[in-house]
Design a protein around this ligand. Sequence first.
Ligand code: GUN
Length: 297
Amino acid sequence: MTGARLILGKDVSESIYSELRVRIQALKNNGTTPGLAVVLVGDDPASQVYVRMKGKMCEELGMRSLTITLPPSATQEELLAKIGELNRDPGIHGFLVQLPLPGHMDEEEVINAIDPRKDVDCFHPSNVGRMLIGNPDFLPATPAGVQQMLIRSGIDTSGRHVVVVGRSNIVGKPMAAMMLQKGKGADSTVTVVHSRTKDLPSATRQADILIVAIGKPKFITADMVKDGAVVIDVGTNRVDDPSSPKGSRLVGDVDFDAVREKASAISPVPGGVGPMTICMLMANTVAAAEMAAEVIR
Ligand code: GUN
């Protein structure tokens, strides 16, 4: 095998955005402009970049965008009060609180305070539960993005062995639950492995589809991948690179150059899963606006 096919989130997200534009126009024709609010507490530079990208994408799609910035010294009560306002604001159909929060805040209490019908991150326990039983209003953005990449690249998942590397609440756990559901882009046999797994390589070598979200550069080497596997790299690790103008660059969790020689299809970093997360957040916001406007889909 010389070089796997590339699965590019950029291309997949563009086709989803064209579908969303149609739905947004239909909502607007009926008097509803979908609105997304993002709450940022503190001044973490990476979070500031993500929040700006979300606002910019809303504007590109003709959606309403509201960014609320609270100082690092904001109290839990101030944040909860802001969440209450957004829960009651009829012009805001979805919102999220950018994570991580400053250390003095209780993340769980914050997530629980969000109205589940506006929880476009799909972090509220009620939405996580709905996803697990296969009756979701929303799907978590990054795993939903991975699933769309598989579906729209024509990769059959039914009965295939999906191995998920990593068990975070944001990616690994929901990813495994979604691939296990009945239906399109799922129906898989699922194994989850993580930092405490004994003989992890023998498990990853069983994967027809390997989805990696463990947060360690070059964690997946070629010897851990079966010939012809599909490899999706969710990792975003910033590593030092003196040759780059920034002094650093983004790499995934997969040793890309070596693994692409063995895989049948692979997503690079950057340009792979990255663009999908915001895309699926926009999709959830449009879905939230449709729910609020009682559009039947
Ligand atoms: N921080 C990093 N990823 C995310 C995400 O998907 N949602 C929120 N709210 N914060 C994040």
